[in-house]
Write a protein that binds this ligand. Structure first.
Ligand code: NAI
Ligand code: MG
Length: 499
């Protein structure tokens, strides 16, 4: 297994421009941004720091391409998505390595989670191209036709935590529905995405997908406020989403927003503790906790709390931190220095708020770790649900354990949160499982297996976790607009004004 320090340089280019109208073009500003390897602080590549003039070109290309792409046959759109999936499978190891190099996620996760999930999005929506049919409604004196049309040029802004999967979940349904796209990946992590478009450039009709890289405000504001953009899809933080909504208000365009969470993972007294400990471990360390769906509030029934925390401590202390490009590594570094510092500040805050550290609690150092943004997998106990560490998204390998006494209390506490993206329930009691799941104000509940992602199941938020559902056919409603055509079956005038 290769080290990141001597990663095969033929996997990627040292520089990428914007991908506009099927061509790679230099950015207007001439400025670039470094893509870093968070394991060893080495520069991997450079991307263009985009501006409003780059956005202008990209939107013009997308608008121009919309005419023919919106009229393309379902077969043509299906073929594109199938071919993309096929090429991703052919180079699965390469793309997994690119994701790992730039994001720091362990290769075992990129190989077994990110890539299969991303490929799954193209396969899912390849099938949808033929199923965008509208409806007919019958009346005694009329026929109603509801047509479904593509909405137009879509702006898509995505984050750095699962870049390839985010890109796939955004472009696959938009393409299936016949839209054209300008996508802005995150400025810190997008190597896999740039390489994806370098490889797929020959099969994407010019202008159908355009990529403009750069800092959020520089690209995001001109993109979302552009009068030719008809829809925005965003995944990221609440403060940025609030700006996106303001931008979207300029031209009254619809939004889908997916904004993270502070999901409750509830372990009842009768739970299979071995499985639940594995779930809590995974929820803490998968993608170093940089996952919107993480079950970062761990509610433990008072009767099992002590045993559970003892077992979880052992499990987390066994996690192998190290070079994410080595297959044996189980947890890598935080994706950026900014993210590492944000997580560190919450580790300090937890102590100030009176929580206790069960395990972890600081940056990880030692052999092979010192150049990277490593944080120890951390469990806080003695947490009350109203502490900031229990309410704010930390986006790191930090889980807060909170004690509960009964079902009503845990449902109330789980819902005392501004977020509502996911959640978990561990119990052998089927009635309790369903009562709790129904009571939770959240978009997804996993019973007896956390992160049990199933292709086609909707993902999306309640409350400040956003709105709109993705990863499912529901999302096609966001990428289409309906038109009602009513055909009168009666001859002659109605006689309204007959004397
Ligand atoms: P962010 O929301 O600022 O960044 C996400 C995307 O939005 C990036 O492509 C960024 O360039 C873009 N962006 C930033 N400012 C923008 C603007 N004014 N207009 C248009 N686009 C803009 O998130 P950030 O700052 O990277 O991370 C901060 C926190 O947000 C994380 O610690 C985490 O808690 C949360 N987050 C949640 C994610 C999720 O999956 N829901 C993903 C990433 C971050
Ligand atoms: Mg930000």
């Amino acid at each position: 297994m290769s080290d990141t320090s001597n990663a095969d340089p033929s996997l990627y280019q040292s520089q990428y421009g914007h991908f506009i109208n099927g061509e790679w073009v230099t950015g207007d500003s001439g400025k670039t941004i470094d893509l870093m390897n968070p394991f060893n602080a080495q520069v991997l590549s450079h991307i263009a720091a985009g501006n409003s003039r780059d956005v202008e070109r990209a939107v013009a290309a997308a608008k121009n391409a919309f005419g023919s792409w919106s009229q393309s046959s379902p077969n043509e759109r299906q073929e594109l998505l199938v071919e993309i999936a096929r090429r991703l499978k052919n180079r699965l190891e390469d793309y997994a390595m690119l994701e790992t190099l730039n994001n720091g996620k362990p290769l075992r996760e990129s190989l077994n989670f990110d890539l299969p999930q991303a490929i799954g999005q193209f396969e899912l929506f390849a099938g949808a191209a033929y199923h965008l049919h509208g409806e007919t409604l019958d009346y005694p004196d009329a026929i109603g036709l509801v047509h479904r049309e593509p909405i137009g040029v879509c702006a898509q802004i995505i984050p750095w935590n699962v870049p390839l999967l985010m890109m796939a979940s955004k472009i696959a349904p938009a393409l299936a529905a016949g839209n054209t796209i300008v996508i802005k990946p995150a400025e810190s992590v997008c190597l896999s995405i740039m390489e994806f478009f370098r490889e797929m450039g020959d099969i994407i009709p010019p202008g159908v997908v355009n990529v403009v890289t750069g800092y959020g405000a520089d690209v995001g504001e001109p993109l979302v406020t552009h009068p030719d953009v008809r829809k925005v899809a965003f995944t990221g933080s609440v403060p940025t989403a609030q700006k996106i909504m303001q931008y979207a208000s300029r031209n009254i365009i619809p939004q889908t927003l997916e904004l993270g969470g502070k999901s409750a993972q509830i372990v009842c007294a009768d739970a299979d503790l071995e499985a639940a400990v594995e779930g809590a471990t995974m929820s803490t360390v998968l993608n170093k906790g940089e996952i919107c769906l993480a079950g970062s509030r761990l509610f433990l029934h008072e009767s099992i709390q002590e045993e559970f925390l003892a077992r979880l401590k052992v499990s987390l202390e066994d996690i192998r931190l190290g070079d994410p490009a080595r297959i044996e590594t189980q947890m890598g570094p935080q994706a950026s220095v900014m993210q590492r510092d944000k997580v560190s500040s919450y580790l300090e805050l937890g102590l100030e708020e009176g929580a206790s550290v069960v395990t972890g609690g600081s940056r990880a150092s030692g052999a092979g770790l010192d150049q990277g943004n490593f944080i120890q997998p951390t469990i806080f106990s003695d947490v009350s649900n109203d502490m900031r560490i229990a309410q704010e998204e930390i986006f790191g390998p930090v889980t807060c354990a909170i004690t509960f006494k009964d079902e009503d209390e845990v449902i109330r506490l789980a819902n005392e949160c501004n977020y509502g993206l996911a959640g978990g329930v561990w119990t052998q009691n089927i009635g309790a499982a369903h009562r709790i799941a129904r009571g939770m104000q959240t978009g997804t509940v996993w019973i007896n297996r956390y992160y049990n992602l199933k292709s086609g199941m909707p993902i999306g938020g309640y409350k400040q976790s956003g709105f709109g559902r993705e990863f499912c056919f529901d999302v096609l409603n966001h990428y289409t607009i309906t038109k009602s055509v009513i055909i009168n079956l009666q001859d002659g005038p109605m006689g309204m004004y007959a004397q």
